[in-house]
Design a protein around this ligand. Structure first.
Ligand SMILES: Cc1cc2nc3c(=O)[nH]c(=O)nc-3n(C[C@H](O)[C@H](O)[C@H](O)COP(=O)(O)O)c2cc1C
Length: 183
C-alpha cells in the first residue's frame, strides 16, 4: 500500500502535522510505503501511483493555500481519465483560528473532501472516539489551531500532534481494510 501525504507549509505547523500523521500511518500499517511530499514537488504521476492520498494545507484567507489548489486544479487531467477513482483520501489543516472561531478551517477541510469526491475517491474523516479528537480533530479530519488569543502565530501544540498521529493510524487501518476487501 502506498500512502502519499501531500502538503504545503510556509512556517512549519502544517509540516509538523503531516509528519505526525505519517508516523501514525507507519505504525498502523508497518508494511506500507509512507511518503511525505510538498505540493509543489508533486507530479500527477505521484498521485496516480498512490493508493491513499492525504492532503494538508494551512488556512489562507478562509480557504486552502494556492499551492494545494494549483495541484488540485492540475489534477483535472486525472479526473478526465478517472485515474483516482476508488483511491482513499483524507485531509488535514492548520489555521490561526483567530477568536477560536476556526477562521475557515472547517470549510477548507470540506473543500479538500469535495475534491476527493469529485475524483470518485473514498474519503476518511476523524471519528470522535479517536484519541486527540478534542484537541486536534473535526469530523472532517485533523485540524490544529496555531494562533494565540491575539491572533498571532504561536505554532502547533503537542496535543494537536497527538491527534494527528491517531488520525494517521486510523487512515492507515481503514485503508488496509478497504483495500483488502477490494481484493
Ligand atoms: C496569507 C495568510 C493567510 C491566512 N489566513 C488565515 C485564515 O483565513 N484563517 C486562519 O485561521 N488562519 C489564517 N492564517 C494563519 C495560518 O493558517 C496559520 O498560521 C497556519 O498554521 C500556518 O501554517 P504553516 O506554519 O504550515 O505555514 C493565514 C496565514 C497566512 C500567511
Amino acid at each position: 500500500m502506498q500512502i502519499l501525504i501531500v502538503y504545503h507549509s510556509d512556517y512549519g505547523s502544517t509540516e509538523k502535522l503531516a509528519q505526525a500523521i505519517a508516523a501514525g500511518a507507519a505504525v498502523a500499517a508497518p508494511g506500507a510505503d509512507v511518503k511525505l511530499q510538498q505540493a509543489q514537488q508533486t507530479a500527477l504521476t505521484d498521485l496516480s501511483a498512490a493508493d491513499v492520498l492525504i492532503f494538508g494545507t494551512p488556512v489562507h484567507m478562509g480557504s486552502m493555500c494556492w499551492q494545494m489548489k494549483q495541484l488540485i486544479d492540475n489534477s483535472a487531467r486525472l479526473w478526465m481519465e478517472g485515474a483516482l477513482e476508488g483511491k482513499i483520501g483524507a485531509a488535514f489543516v492548520t489555521g490561526g483560528g483567530f477568536g477560536g472561531s476556526g477562521g475557515g478551517a472547517e470549510q477548507t477541510l470540506i473543500a479538500l473532501h469535495s475534491n476527493f469526491l469529485e475524483h470518485g475517491m473514498i474519503t476518511i474523516g476523524f471519528p470522535k472516539s479517536l484519541p486527540g479528537y478534542a484537541d486536534g480533530g473535526l469530523q472532517w479530519g485533523a485540524c490544529a489551531r496555531t494562533g494565540n488569543h491575539e491572533g498571532m502565530p504561536a505554532g502547533i501544540q503537542d496535543a494537536a500532534l497527538v491527534a494527528g498521529r491517531s488520525y494517521g493510524m486510523h487512515i492507515a487501518s481503514m485503508a488496509t481494510q478497504i483495500l483488502n476487501n477490494a481484493g
